[in-house]
Write a protein that binds this ligand. Structure first.
Ligand code: PXP
Length: 245
């Protein structure tokens, strides 16, 4: 196959660790530079409505120090779109957001939020910001995405990752992602994927024909505790490249 699957490293949890003690360290800028120098293709951050990890200052600081693209995950509302328009990341990805959740638990329901997304896209239409939606691998979500004129989806791989961890029915979850990628391609959509990916479960996703980008955060930051951030990124990068060969 020999394709390059881009690796986006999500550094939200560097800020989680910093905020746990209200200190200035670990510094988000230092992490961003390491990510860039370790061969990641982009940096991803999620400015949540409750600012539990990354905040606007972090966003501005990261944008000042990196050359690689920044992908901003945001809830689908006008406050967050204004932030995106102020900071001008290369891309945004609309994600669902519930305050009580520990992390993003499912994909955005593009079908139900169709009108809301349409008006947010209208606001964004004169900007250069690329737009994606984080969705479950389901046909009607893809059809609605295409109808909105959005050309990129990120598949939520959380159900696959959970099933893989339990070694139970993960093949079924994998098939859903594979079939959805195939269908998305037939609609002319670019496919990304992410959530819950680890050294062990990433290869089966990276090897899917048509997956162009993976966004990985928690596991890379967690493994950095043992082996350092540079090493955890290089290791993930190598596994992805090997699987995509
Ligand atoms: N992609 C999206 C859209 C996400 O919301 C997240 C979690 O913030 C990720 C990827 C990364 O997930 P994880 O931290 O489990 O690797």
């Amino acid at each position: 196959m020999n394709k390059h699957v881009r690796l986006g490293v999500n550094i939200d949890h560097v800020a989680t660790l910093r905020n746990a003690r209200g200190e200035k360290y670990p510094e988000i800028i230092k992490a961003a530079k390491i990510v860039e120098n370790s061969g990641a293709d982009l940096i991803t951050v999620h400015v949540r409505e409750d600012r539990r990890h990354i905040n606007e200052n972090d966003l501005g600081d990261i944008l000042k120090v990196i050359q690689i693209p920044l992908n901003l995950e945001i809830a689908a509302n006008s406050e967050m779109v204004s932030i995106a328009m102020n900071y001008k990341p290369n891309s945004i990805c609309f994600v669902p957001e519930k305050r009580q959740e520990i992390t993003t638990e499912g994909g955005l329901d593009v079908v139900r939020n169709y009108d809301k997304l349409k008006s947010l896209l209208e606001t964004l239409k004169d900007t250069d910001i690329k737009v994606a939606v984080f969705i479950d691998p389901v046909k009607n979500q893809l059809i609605a995405t295409q109808k909105l004129g959005i050309n990129t989806v990120e598949f939520h791989t959380g159900s696959y990752a959970n099933a893989f961890a339990n070694q139970k029915n993960f093949e079924q979850e994998l098939i859903k992602i594979k079939e959805s990628t195939f269908f998305a391609k037939s609609l002319g959509l670019n496919c990304h994927a992410g959530h819950g990916l680890t050294y062990e479960n990433v290869s089966l996703i990276a090897s899917i024909e048509g997956i162009k980008e993976l966004n990985i955060g928690h596991f890379i930051i967690a493994d950095a505790v043992y082996i350092g951030l540079e090493n955890s990124i290089i290791k993930m990068r190598n596994i992805i490249s090997e699987a995509a060969k």
